[in-house]
Design a protein around this ligand. Structure first.
Ligand code: THU
Length: 139
């Protein structure tokens, strides 16, 4: 699928800078891979998150988990624009793709039309999680 037409009015560099800033807060002593996520909510708010690992490795929380929790605790709403960055601690983070589980989280909270900056350019959620299972399937 081809990327969505860029929204010239949206400042992806600024949102990415917030994701990079969030990645600096990562707690990643086991993988040494710091991730930061940043998104805009439909009321204009900014929400961010970082990964938080655990000695029980499988319990690690992805950056997107923190972002979604923050979305709800700070008033809820729908995510409209999202970007995620990551890299080995001490290196410059680059855009990374959300893992499969986190794509599902983003689908729930942003829906098919949410714009996401990816490793292959600007896309919509419907492109990175096609034929998704979601709230409509429970209706
Ligand atoms: N990670 C995220 O925070 N988000 C993703 O979408 C992919 C992976 C984190 C989990 C773990 O702390 C580290 O990256 C290495 O997998």
């Amino acid at each position: 699928m081809s990327p969505v037409a860029p929204d010239e009015t949206f400042d992806w560099d600024a949102l990415t800078a917030h994701a990079v800033e969030a990645s600096r807060r990562a707690y990643a002593p086991y993988s040494s891979f710091a991730v930061g996520a940043a998104a805009i909510v439909d009321d204009g708010r900014l929400v961010t998150g970082c990964n938080v690992e655990n000695a029980a490795y499988g319990v690690a929380l992805c950056a997107e988990c923190g972002l979604v929790s923050r979305l709800h605790i700070e008033g809820g709403g729908r995510l409209t624009h999202f970007v995620c960055v990551g890299g080995k601690v001490g290196t410059d983070p680059v855009v990374v793709m959300p893992c499969g589980r986190c794509r599902q989280l983003l689908w729930e909270n942003g829906g098919a039309d949410m714009e996401i900056m990816t490793v292959s350019g600007l896309r919509r959620m419907s492109e990175v999680l096609p034929d998704a299972f979601g709230p409509d399937d429970l209706a």
